[in-house]
Ligand binder design. Structure first.
Ligand code: AMP
Length: 578
């Protein structure tokens, strides 16, 4: 563990990628495979490999309290050390008791202690296990054990750099390391295979997520055709990206963060279970409004409708009826018993159409949750005829080919008229590159209006922004010009602007809560966002989704900031189809 912590210090101390890679590769070579394999996972900032569902489930607060318990320091001393570094691990190193000298903790020992934390239930027990672990660490070891516990190692290593170091350490090609890691979702196991010269043995784990291919943004159709002259075009839907693994009567649905989300959408399961063979599909889950003609024609509802279904483990029948969902598939990554990501999009697209046509169940009038425990039938969930779903639950995303920028402009307007966000343009010759954002896929979105908002509250940031007030809560004007919050955002301003604003906010504070402050409502910001949702969190009743600060508006007095009515107007304009 001490060697590992020293390696992390050395890696953090250089900004040069090549040096980082050499340091890590040398370390791998000098360690036994089991230690190197764990280090590969830890250096990627994780405690468990990507495919694993295991998590430590410890929040920063538990670790904070454990550090306090062990060091016996006051809240003020802790807060001051945290502000100095913006990182709990580095803060703890300053506060660590001199008599905790560490001993002989190895990385396998550390992994075992992480397992104890992961398997303990309840905050009190977890805190105790965290204490048990940290007690065995010297100050430097504690710094990195804590970084791993809170899931933020911050030494300028990315998983791709760990892959490169593995390739260098064991004299394998970077491409073969990358591919094995993509298939296995386990950088530790990848290292083991590389060390043993068996990278070719890596096989995909069906029912474990692969990375998602991502798109680069373009601002115009001309720019799009400059990258892809004759693109394959689909609507850009505003739902939840979802990778489906199905077949052999089994289904798992993964979100972009690789969490399993099938439980939230039980009505999709019976249809996906009827897949003709083992498949991995890529697509989007959407809230859906059918045209009521029994066909696939219909329109996606805005994300705000789908939002009501999110994060719920137990989905009520009413919810399923109120917000019907469909899965719109636009790609297939595994079919015919093999991974097909190296085939062209044109070929995958044909395969997708064929496999979707072969599903045997299309509608799920009776979601799995409505079935009795022993398979006995409960009253039909859609007993009311008018509410019976009259559309297939799994659809193929309609696609077309554009020959020119003018074609794209026409398609963009049609997509917008259907209530979708814009267009996705894909290179028909491209392979599927998991986890990569490149120019083989392009996205073109509508520009929504921006809002001019007044800053009402500020907070200290994290990391290099720990000492400055960089996170702003902002409001619009409600009835009688009362300010009502609509969101919170950070970044977007330059460092110089943030410094200047920090001084201003410090001298215009109304209430100081330590980490956050209420401030005089004088500063106006222009804020961009992806869309607007209804929300109980803010008094305005609305929340901006993905808000970004565009610029300061010193030219605008707070009395001229936008109003709740304007927010509602934009909200309603998004909901043409709802
Ligand atoms: P963004 O979130 O703005 O970076 O846009 C990328 C996201 O668009 C993807 O992660 C998908 O969730 C979503 N998306 C919507 N429609 C499509 C489509 N037809 N093909 C690929 N991605 C899509």
């Amino acid at each position: 563990m001490l060697r590992f912590a020293q390696l992390c210090e050395a890696v953090a101390a250089t900004t040069k990628k090549l040096e980082k890679r050499k340091l890590v590769a040398d370390y791998f070579r000098q360690q036994p495979i089991q230690t190197a394999s764990l280090a590969a996972i830890f250096l990627s900032g994780e405690v468990y490999p990507a495919f694993s569902e295991r998590t430590l489930n410890v929040g920063g607060a538990i670790v904070w309290r454990a550090v306090q318990q062990l060091t016996g320091r006051s809240e003020e001393e802790m807060a001051a050390a945290y502000r100095r570094h913006g990182d709990l691990g580095a803060a703890a190193r300053d506060l660590w008791p001199a008599d905790f000298t560490g001993s002989v903790l190895t990385l396998p020992d550390l992994a075992k202690l992480f397992d104890d934390v992961a398997s303990s239930r309840g905050p009190a027990l977890k805190q105790q296990k965290v204490c048990d672990l940290l007690q065995q660490c010297s100050a430097l070891e504690a710094k990195y054990a804590i970084k791993l516990l809170v899931g933020d190692i911050r030494i300028g290593m990315r998983e791709s750099l760990v892959e490169e170091a593995i390739a260098a350490a064991y004299e394998q090609s970077e491409q073969s390391v990358r591919r094995a890691n993509m298939l296995l979702g386990d950088i530790g196991e990848t290292l083991r295979l590389a060390a043993e010269g068996r990278l070719g043995d890596a096989r995909m784990r069906l029912f474990h997520p692969l990375g998602f291919m991502l798109a680069a943004e373009v601002k115009s159709s001309d720019e799009a055709v400059s990258y892809i002259p004759g693109p394959h075009v689909e609507d850009k839907y505003d739902g939840i990206r979802a990778q489906v693994h199905c077949g052999e009567g089994k289904v798992r649905i993964f979100s972009r963060t690789q969490d399993e989300i099938g439980e939230s959408f039980p009505e999709l399961i019976p249809v996906l279970e009827s897949a003709p063979e083992a498949l991995v599909l890529d697509g989007e889950i959407l809230a859906w409004s059918s045209l009521g003609d029994g066909t696939a024609s219909g329109a996606a509802l805005p994300f705000s409708a789908l939002q009501r279904r999110l994060g719920r483990k137990r989905v009520t029948e009413k919810m399923m009826r109120d917000v019907p969902v469909v899965y719109v598939a636009f790609d297939v990554l595994y079919a015919g018993g093999e991974l097909i990501i190296d085939r062209s999009l044109a070929e995958r697209s044909e395969i997708l159409t064929r496999v979707l046509n072969a599903f045997t169940v299309h509608r799920s009038e009776l979601p799995a949750t409505a079935r009795g425990a022993a398979g006995s039938f409960q009253p039909n969930l859609f007993a009311d005829d008018s509410a019976e779903p009259d559309f297939p639950r799994v659809l193929r995303a309609p696609c077309s080919r554009a020959a020119s920028a003018a074609d794209l402009d026409a398609l963009f307007l049609e997509a917008r008229a259907r209530g979708n966000e814009g267009l996705m343009m894909k290179n028909p010759a491209s392979t599927y590159a998991p986890g990569r954002r490149g120019h083989a896929w392009l996205k073109m979105k509508r520009e929504l209006a921006t809002l001019d908002c007044v800053v009402t509250g500020v907070e200290f940031g994290n990391g290099k922004r720990a000492g400055v007030l960089s996170d702003y809560t902002f409001a619009v004007r409600g009835p009688g010009d009362r300010l009502m919050n609509v969101g919170k955002a950070y970044s977007g301003l330059t460092d110089a602007e943030i410094l200047e604003m920090t001084e201003w906010f410090k001298s215009h504070t109304l209430t100081d809560f330590g980490h956050s402050r209420l401030v005089e409502p004088k500063i106006v910001l222009e804020v961009a966002f992806n869309n607007i949702m209804r929300s109980d969190r803010h008094e305005s009743g609305f929340a901006l989704r993905f808000p970004r600060i565009v610029r300061l508006r010193p030219d605008k007095p707070p009395e001229e900031a936008d109003t709740v009515m304007r927010v509602e107007e934009i909200y309603l304009s998004q909901h043409r189809t709802e």
